[in-house]
Write a protein that binds this ligand. Sequence first.
Ligand code: GTP
Ligand code: MG
Ligand code: ZN
Length: 312
Amino acid sequence: METGIVIKTTGSWHIVREGNKEPVPCRIKGRLRTSGLRSTNPVAVGDRVKFYRLERENTGMISEILDRKNYIVRKASKLSKEVHVLAANLDQAFLMISLVTPRTTIRFIDRFLATSEAYQIPAIIIFNKTDIYDEELKGEMYDLRKMYGEIGYESIATSAVEKIGIDELKEKMKDKINLVAGNSGVGKSTIINTMDPSLDLKTRPVSELHSTGKHTTTFSEMFELSSGGFIIDTPGIKGFGIIDMDRKEISHFFPDIFALSKDCQYYNCMHINEPNCAVKEALQENRLSESRYESYLSLYFEDRGKYRTSGY
Ligand SMILES: Nc1nc2c(ncn2[C@@H]2O[C@H](COP(=O)(O)OP(=O)(O)OP(=O)(O)O)[C@@H](O)[C@H]2O)c(=O)[nH]1
Ligand SMILES: [Mg+2]
Ligand SMILES: [Zn+2]
């Protein structure tokens, strides 16, 4: 029995890599013990597995999934209660966004950040395509980086075209397992190619994305970077719902709101319309960003459909 790491999964085949040996396509042996998570995929990229090689063919069988240090999920579909595990055993998650072509919504950013808080995975925001931001968008990026920086989120500004921020990314990803997620077309695969041209990942103009409606990257896959560390390229995410999160807990995953809430009159204040709510006071005094509060509300009222937002 050998222990390896899943670097790609496509349907019933899971590609397992062990050290520097040639990766082996594996199937799953029987029913695996799972963590009780209702997920559409039993094995995810980043999973550490026990497997054995089948003699004649160059394939293998996975017999066990080792306990996950962590994982990150997205909803399998808008209405489904099932989740899709995007990746497991991550050191950090990069959310790549763009302010134009395509524009990532603030709501989407906050959902991603709250999800990574819930799963205790450090998140870093990448602002890509800065070469096509006009003065107004540059100003907006400045404000957003400042706002998120004050909450404690690091961010990096990049351009694959002008090769900006690439060394900074390499440095941040060194010796770690890194996830890169974000909407389709923001440039995830392109930036990875810029960091390591030998990977030669498939990329496609955003204009073509609209005509086919399909993502260019269709399966998550882990690569070793020549500059050190591993990177997981993922297909563009549309929905990013928070799963199995008690409504009362949502504010715990907004560090800025959570910090303020200790001064609310009621220990169980939901910061909606309770008296002497320190969160609402901070909002009125511009000590809490309106967009953050709105993102909180949109998650809080999600089930009721009241604040359901479009765009993802
Ligand atoms: N101007 C500009 N274009 C970029 C930049 N990075 C990527 N692009 C372009 O954006 C388009 C989409 O890039 P991809 O790398 O395929 O996007 P992706 O995020 O991997 O998309 P999916 O695989 O569908 O999730 C391509 O035409 C890239 O050339 C950038 O920094 N500046
Ligand atoms: Mg891609
Ligand atoms: Zn409150």
